[in-house]
Design a protein around this ligand. Structure first.
Ligand code: 5GP
Length: 213
């Protein structure tokens, strides 16, 4: 039997998920992680202020601007971007460590970061989550709190900007019905795990026994 295809199959898979804010990405990703304990969520660094309920080291590593800039200068980030006047970045060391352990990792980042990750890791699996309509998006943004119309208008403009990048992703999930969108995300993760080069690493002995026996 020929050797298994050369592959980084012993490494974890890298998933990148982007969406306009209000598309339901955070809830979908949280539900996906609950359903799939083999998936780990990357914890980004950010300069934005902590929101109520957010825990340092769990939701983000909250750092000040000086520390963030220092990390940029040190080349600590595999990608970083400015979103809504704040800076966000993914540390390269923890990303590599997780993947080397064979753990699948999911990055919840914006289109600018997704683009940088695709350049550095062409094997990354990118997924875009879109809302069913702009009206639904606005409703979700308004439902969040007491933001003024001006703030909502600004968020909608940013959301449309993010939305315009949907075509750069390998997969597109429309979050019209939550359960359906969650099922779609789950299917993408499972299908990627079943690709032959990855299966070869796990199932080579079985296949060899059947063919060489
Ligand atoms: P929020 O401040 O609402 O948590 O996130 C705002 C935006 O920043 C979201 O689109 C989120 O995906 C993005 N984001 C969060 N972490 C990162 C990161 O490490 N890198 C990049 N490029 N974007 C991020």
């Amino acid at each position: 039997m020929p050797a298994a295809p050369a592959s980084p199959a012993s490494k974890g898979l890298l998933f990148v998920v982007s969406a306009p804010s209000g598309a339901g990405k955070t809830s979908l990703v949280a539900a996906l992680l609950e359903r799939d304990p083999a998936l780990t969520l990357s914890v980004s660094y950010t300069t934005r202020a902590r929101r109520p309920g957010e825990v340092d080291g769990k939701h983000y590593h909250f750092v000040d601007r000086a520390r963030f800039e220092q990390m940029v200068a040190e080349g600590a980030f595999i990608e970083y971007a400015r979103v809504f006047d704040n800076a966000y970045g993914t540390a390269e060391s923890s990303l590599r460590e997780t993947l080397e352990r064979g753990q699948d990792l999911l990055l919840e980042i914006d289109w600018q970061g997704a683009r940088q990750v695709r350049e550095r890791f062409p094997e990354a699996v990118s997924i875009f989550i879109a809302p069913p309509s702009l009206a639904a998006l606005e409703e979700r943004l308004r439902g969040r709190g007491q933001d003024s119309d001006a703030v909502i208008g600004e968020r909608m403009a940013k959301a449309r900007d993010e939305l315009s990048h949907w075509g750069e992703y390998a997969y597109l999930v429309v979050n019209d019905r939550f359960a359906q969108a969650l099922g779609d995300l789950d299917a993408i993760v499972k299908a990627e795990r079943l690709r032959t080069p990855r299966q070869a690493a796990r199932e080579q002995a079985r296949l060899r026994a059947m063919l060489d026996g």
